[in-house]
Design a protein around this ligand. Sequence first.
Ligand SMILES: C/C(=C\C[C@@]12O[C@]1(C)C(=O)c1ccccc1C2=O)CCC[C@H](C)CCC[C@H](C)CCCC(C)C
Length: 170
Amino acid sequence: MAPGRSFRLPVWEIISRCMLCMAGLVLSGYAFYVETSKEADHSYTAMCDVSESVSCSKVFTSRFGRGFGLVELILGADSPLNLPNSLFGLAFYIMQLSLGVLPGMSVSIVLLATSVLSCLGCVYLAYILYFILQDACIVCISTYVINTLLLIVNIKRLLIQGTAILKKRQ
Ligand SMILES: C/C(=C\C[C@@]12O[C@]1(C)C(=O)c1ccccc1C2=O)CCC[C@H](C)CCC[C@H](C)CCCC(C)C
């Protein structure tokens, strides 16, 4: 048997990954829509703009809304990499979804590594949201929950694969 093909993916893993990534894609897509609408028309009010302190468009159009506020510092505001955070989110969920259906140990490692990275990104964004912008962005908080659940799925996947390899060796 080819090494990558020796383990079938559990159904619960495929289903939960699909649901989490779909939800992530919808939220990131919506965040991108709100940001571009708000930038084109400042009087635009999004569905997630509930009040002064519960506003998502305020967060998306803040200086932390593009390139995590970091690209600007390193490469400058006009860098082509200074994209809305939501586009990094879209790329991340597309990658988790398309790689996630492939079996294999190296795939599991890449999935877990990028998932850990995304959770570090979420801790950073949550810090900015709570302490600097002092805003309750519902869309943002939902993506933190999704990324945490996705991390659990990716940890479980690697653990299952590891024990399967050990059993085979016996
Ligand atoms: C929509 C989203 C998060 C919401 C939000 O980012 C938004 C929209 C934002 O503008 C913002 C502003 C200020 C404070 C908080 C926020 C956010 O909360 C998704 C992130 C997901 C995650 C943090 C992506 C991390 C990607 C990794 C770096 C891995 C990259 C790998 C791929 C590119 C292949």
